[in-house]
Design a protein around this ligand. Structure first.
Ligand code: SF4
Length: 393
């Protein structure tokens, strides 16, 4: 009997160009050159996937995104695009052709907080309006994505409530450092305050009747564990049945590593060659010993499916508790939260457990040609000029 083909979970970073100016990500300062960005020919070489996330940079900066999506649907059962929601017309246009696609718009809090963090003029209104328009069009798989930090943590539950009213998905993350974000200084300062806001969200999610939200509650419980710098609640199996591919065709395990880790290049190799290469095996060895303990949906969602009994047990316990109390979850279930509250560990101890590294410069993973263009212009100038010329055309 023919062996059933194993489908993977893939993320395609279609560009490193971005028009936002987020405070927690410097990618906008380090754009890729459009002529070097992943081509349809390379995308054709991707394997079968059960899920594909298209991300950037800002994916809708690419004017051929529709062609990319069309090709990716030949490989993937489900596609979700992560975007800042700025290019409303392009998003709406793409969704007309692909009504089954998922769209996640990053919104970093209520209006004032969002615009301060994302540095996009009118960013909140544009993002919100885009989401509303997509909803009105009958798009089912749309939602918000929020990266929680000190500044926006108090907006966490209010934003969740807005997403609920609009009948949308609400995805959360917290600060990470990596070459992908061109950032190594991200850190949560007031951990108990941020954790308290996550605790409130977890309790809200547990109140719902949706099993999907109960598992989201577990994910947010994991975010508390993460911001206190603890070992991941679930193993990280990135690069085993999951991959990222960047604009240069470089296939990587994930987007959380300090430096770019490359398993192979799909511009020059076939998928099977690179996936079974010595380099890929070396990367997998590093993943097995990785101590960065990321907790991002890209690496956690596959782990939650694979080790389902662990989140499922947590959900059953907390749903049971919910029968007797309105607050079935407390952040102090995490030993580290109790230890910090009780003075057994200090802020300095916890800071040391984070990936924040003020001593080292950050590697941006750009190609030589992309670096070259930054010699006499900033990334912002390059991308602004690029968008201006697109609009004129
Ligand atoms: S913990 Fe996993 S996702 Fe994070 S850097 Fe390590 S291998 Fe990548």
């Amino acid at each position: 009997m023919a062996q059933k083909e194993k489908k993977l979970n893939g993320t395609v970073i279609v560009t490193y160009r971005c028009n936002a100016r987020c405070s927690m990500c410097n990618r906008y300062k380090a754009p890729s050159r459009p002529d070097e960005e992943i081509s349809i020919e390379t995308i054709k070489k991707l394997p079968k996937m059960y899920f594909t996330n298209i991300t950037g940079g800002e994916p809708f900066i690419r004017t051929d995104l529709k062609d990319i999506v069309r090709e990716l649907y030949k490989h993937s059962d489900r596609i979700v695009i992560s975007t800042n929601g700025f290019f409303t017309d392009r998003i709406v246009d793409l969704c007309k052709e692909f009504p089954q696609i998922g769209i996640r718009i990053s919104i970093e809090g209520l209006e004032k907080t969002n615009n301060e963090i994302r540095g996009l003029e009118n960013g909140y209104q544009r993002g919100y309006q885009t989401l509303k328009t997509l909803r009105e069009m009958g798009m089912k798989d749309v939602g918000f994505g929020m990266t929680v930090q000190d500044k926006n943590a108090p907006d966490l539950v209010p934003l969740y409530e807005i997403s609920n009213e609009m009948g949308m998905e609400f995805a959360t993350a917290s600060l990470h450092n990596s070459f992908y974000f061109v950032e190594n200084k991200n850190i949560i300062h007031d951990r108990p305050m941020v954790a308290k806001n996550f605790e409130n969200l977890v309790n809200e999610l547990l109140k719902s009747n949706s099993p999907k939200k109960w598992f989201r509650a577990y994910f947010n419980h994991g975010l508390i564990n993460y911001i206190y710098g603890q070992k991941r609640l679930l193993p990280c199996d990135m690069s085993f049945d999951t991959f990222f591919i960047d604009p240069y065709g470089d296939v990587m395990p994930c987007n959380g590593t300090k430096d770019k880790e490359v398993m192979g290049n799909l511009n020059t190799q076939t998928w099977d060659e690179l996936w079974n290469s010595k380099e890929a095996e070396e990367v997998r060895k590093k993943v097995r010993h990785c101590d960065r303990n990321c907790w991002m949906i890209g690496s956690v969602s596959p782990a939650m499916h694979k080790y389902i009994w662990k989140p499922a047990t947590w959900v059953i316990i907390h749903k049971f508790k919910a029968l007797f109390t309105k607050h079935p979850y407390s952040m102090y279930e995490n030993k580290i939260c109790r230890d910090y509250r009780d003075g057994k560990v200090t802020k300095k101890d916890l800071d040391k457990c984070s990936t924040c590294d003020l001593r080292n410069t950050v590697n941006d993973g750009l190609s030589e040609a992309s670096k070259e263009q930054l010699k006499d212009k900033t990334g912002e100038e390059i991308v602004d000029a690029d968008i201006a010329s697109q609009i004129q055309e």
